[in-house]
Design a protein around this ligand. Structure first.
Ligand code: ZN
Length: 435
């Protein structure tokens, strides 16, 4: 079991800085739902955790879907007739419609504009647009850049290819004492976007890196998958493992400065829902939302045929901040301190999962005499001392095999780590036995 106090030894500010440096490395890579950008990203993560890579060939049937052809891109630009590049993929990969077909032609302005996407309400930002299923080409640019297109003709080039290949995803499994699993999933399909995509990838990587050094009670499975099609592909290949998943979280949007946000699993009363509600009570302005069948990969994990206990942890939800899916979701939008704080909260979730046992009071007839067993005055600090002594009484009163330590923490209002420490002391004194 992982001790509660292990978090005290972590410098979350420094972890936030390390995570941010990883974001800087991953940010320029052009990712998509398939292709070399995903492989390059996973190769960098492999420097930190021993990811296992799976390649699912194009054309493979996965549940009701099919793995698409693979998309790769080398370069793209728009040149004026003087030969000057006025839009350059190498400056910002959002400039190309993700999954764009190749093109190389001289085109008049009117026709070009039919393939250009902008955000008139934020004229300096470049939108992120995809076309996975309709084959077409396109450029994304700021509205100001489009307004500056004044020539009659332009030379456009997108050096991409779409052909049979594979969909790539990464997986890392940590064997715990039990085969019961905690699933942590994030999407890896967005190109140069920082909060949406990169923050989830980075935090999942750091949690995995942290846990691989410990002996855990639960097994942990980390998935780094392209959104929607990746989770559908993984689910279709791993149905035999799903019954082991006891807790799950989809991680995304964890690097901005907004308060924490948790979206419940479809079940609405899963243990992970209870844990997140409990922990977010103490985080200012945090919000809990009920499940809805829209969002990230929780849509697939919670689809009725699977109905897994998987919720989604983020800060500001997708679509509810103007920078979402634009070039403004960049390295300035994500803060090291926010990454560090999100990491801290998630480690608290894991500590709670690891330590949330049920016990039975072995001396239930009348209160046992705690003083003679040396169970009082063992922890310094006045308020913690009082909480600790109260925790002993709460645990003895409610450890009947039905209530978990989390139930007792919720009922008593005492911090979970105090409850957990007190339970261990009672167990050492042979007053409690774990179920
Ligand atoms: Zn997104």
């Amino acid at each position: 079991m992982v001790p509660n106090n292990i978090l005290n030894s972590i410098d979350f500010e420094e972890e936030g800085n390390k995570m941010y440096r990883l974001a800087e490395r991953l940010y320029p890579i052009c990712r998509s739902i398939t292709g070399n950008g995903v492989r390059e990203t996973l190769a960098i993560l492999k420097e930190i955790i021993p990811l296992e890579l799976t390649e699912v060939p194009s054309g493979t049937k996965v549940l009701d879907w099919e793995i698409p052809d693979e998309w790769n891109i080398k370069d793209a630009w728009i040149k004026d007739m003087a030969g000057d590049k006025i839009i350059n993929f190498r400056d910002l990969n959002l400039h190309v419609l993700n999954y764009s077909t190749p093109v190389d032609q001289i085109i008049d302005l009117e026709r070009l504009k039919k393939h250009v996407y902008t955000l008139p309400e934020y004229p300096q930002w470049v939108p992120y647009r995809t076309s996975y299923h309709n084959r077409q080409w396109g450029f994304c640019m700021s509205h100001n850049q489009m307004e500056n297109l004044k020539d009659d003709n332009y030379h456009i080039k997108i050096d991409s290819e779409i052909r049979p290949g594979a969909l790539t995803y990464g997986e890392f499994f940590i064997q715990g004492k039990t085969k019961e699993e905690v699933l942590i999933s994030c999407h890896i399909c967005h190109p140069s976007l920082c909060n949406d995509n990169l923050s989830g990838i980075i935090i999942a990587t750091f949690i995995a890196g942290f846990l691989q050094t410990l002996k855990t009670r639960f097994s942990y499975r980390f998935l780094f998958i392209p959104g929607t099609i990746g989770s559908i592909a993984w689910l279709s290949r791993n149905e035999n493992k799903l019954q082991n998943i006891k807790y799950g979280l989809v991680l995304t949007l964890l690097g901005d400065t907004s308060p924490f946000h948790y979206k419940k699993s479809r079940r609405g009363n899963a243990e992970i829902d209870k844990i997140m509600e409990f922990l977010l009570r103490n985080e200012s302005n945090s919000q809990i939302r009920e499940f809805s069948p829209y969002g990230y990969d929780e849509r697939q994990f919670c689809s009725p045929g699977f109905n897994l206990p998987v919720g989604r942890f983020s800060r500001k939800p997708h679509g509810e901040f103007p920078e979402y899916h634009t070039s403004a979701d960049n390295l300035d939008f994500v803060k090291p301190v926010s990454l560090g704080e999100s990491f801290r909260l998630l480690l608290k979730v894991i500590m709670l999962i690891e330590n949330n046992l049920k016990y039975i009071n072995l001396n239930p007839k009348g209160e046992p005499q705690l003083g003679k067993r040396g169970l009082y005055r063992q922890i310094g600090g006045e308020s913690r001392q009082k909480d600790y002594e109260m925790a002993l009484l709460w645990i003895l009163s409610f450890s009947d095999g039905d209530n978990s330590l989390l139930d007792i923490a919720i009922r008593s209002g005492i911090d979970f780590s105090v409850i957990s420490d007190a339970a261990q002391k009672l167990q050492h004194s042979s007053l409690l036995s774990a179920c």
